[in-house]
Design a protein around this ligand. Structure first.
Ligand SMILES: [Zn+2]
Length: 292
């Protein structure tokens, strides 16, 4: 999105570098992401959204949808691959070729609304995968966990009042995108928290508020919007998570998935802009996902 932009290609290099340095890489199987089809995208986005992106995609240089969310000639293809990774991960897990998957993708997705790109996001990767899993595999209950420092407003908009989906999230509030309804839908378990809330407090909130709802819901598949910008070294937000907190949350989700969802978990990279903290946190998360 331009050399100055925090949502930069080096983010994926930082994760790869830490996977290598930590010795985790040899235990993982890596796959290239296929492109999501138009039908996959249109389960959660409007025709108008797709048409807008296509008609404004620049042949060269950049087109700014808003000051933060900028297209270059390759953006649509990258966004289709980011969304396609979730489809491939769902298929691999349902075919029992894998138990869990981490989609190391960009651009991220959880701010993308049904009819608009925003907040560095063009297609809502996690929503596209969840909608695909519900339709293709006739699942009745899927859970979405979102621990990015920002509210996953796009995902919430897509599944609000959908009884097949339970979404649990915490996020700094008040904060971008500032679309936090006072009374969200019954299936939205939102925990808005003040700036400078630390990892211990967030663990307690997750234990007290998320886990009982998730246990009662008995999801058949769990999706994670894994943003690492709630890390205390990440200047994009002011929360106090550290690597051990990401590992702990992931362990809780994996354990729950083992009880109710045959272990099925797909996680998507969302935010995380301090490259060192991002790499270390993603590896802690992936280690727990892979139960290494
Ligand atoms: Zn974020």
């Amino acid at each position: 999105m331009g050399n100055w932009h925090p949502e930069c290609p080096q983010r994926l290099d930082a994760i790869n570098d830490q996977l290598l340095a930590s010795g985790v890489m040899p235990f993982l199987e890596q796959q290239e992401a296929p492109l999501a089809s138009q039908a996959d995208i249109l389960r959660v986005h409007t025709h108008e959204h797709l048409a807008y992106l296509r008609s404004h995609s620049p042949a060269a240089g950049y087109f700014a949808i808003d000051p933060d969310t900028i297209m270059n000639p390759h953006t649509i293809e990258a966004a289709r691959a980011a969304a396609g990774s979730g489809i491939a991960a769902v298929d691999a897990i349902m075919a029992q070729k894998a138990r869990t998957a981490f989609c190391a993708v960009r651009p991220p997705g959880h701010h993308a609304r049904p009819d608009a790109a925003m907040g560095f996001c063009f297609f809502n990767n996690i929503a596209i995968a969840a909608a695909y899993a519900l339709e293709k595999y006739q699942l009745e209950r899927v859970a979405i966990i979102d621990f990015d420092v920002h509210h996953g407003n796009g995902t919430e908009e897509m599944f609000s009042e959908d009884p097949r989906v339970l979404m649990c999230s915490f996020f700094q509030h008040p904060f971008f995108p500032n679309i936090c309804q006072g009374h969200p839908a019954e299936n939205m378990v939102n925990i808005p928290v003040d700036a400078y809330t630390n990892g211990d407090a967030l663990r307690l909130l997750a234990s007290d508020i998320w886990l009982p709802r998730l246990e009662a819901f008995r999801p058949e598949f769990i999706f994670i919007s894994a943003g690492f910008d709630a890390h205390r070294e990440d200047d994009m937000g002011q929360l106090g998570m550290v690597e051990a907190d990401y590992a702990w949350i992931t362990e809780q989700v994996v354990q729950l998935a083992g009880h109710t969802a045959q272990g099925r978990v797909v996680s998507f990279l969302e935010g995380g802009y301090n490259l060192s903290a991002l790499g270390r946190s993603a590896v802690a998360h992936i280690r727990a996902l892979a139960t290494l």
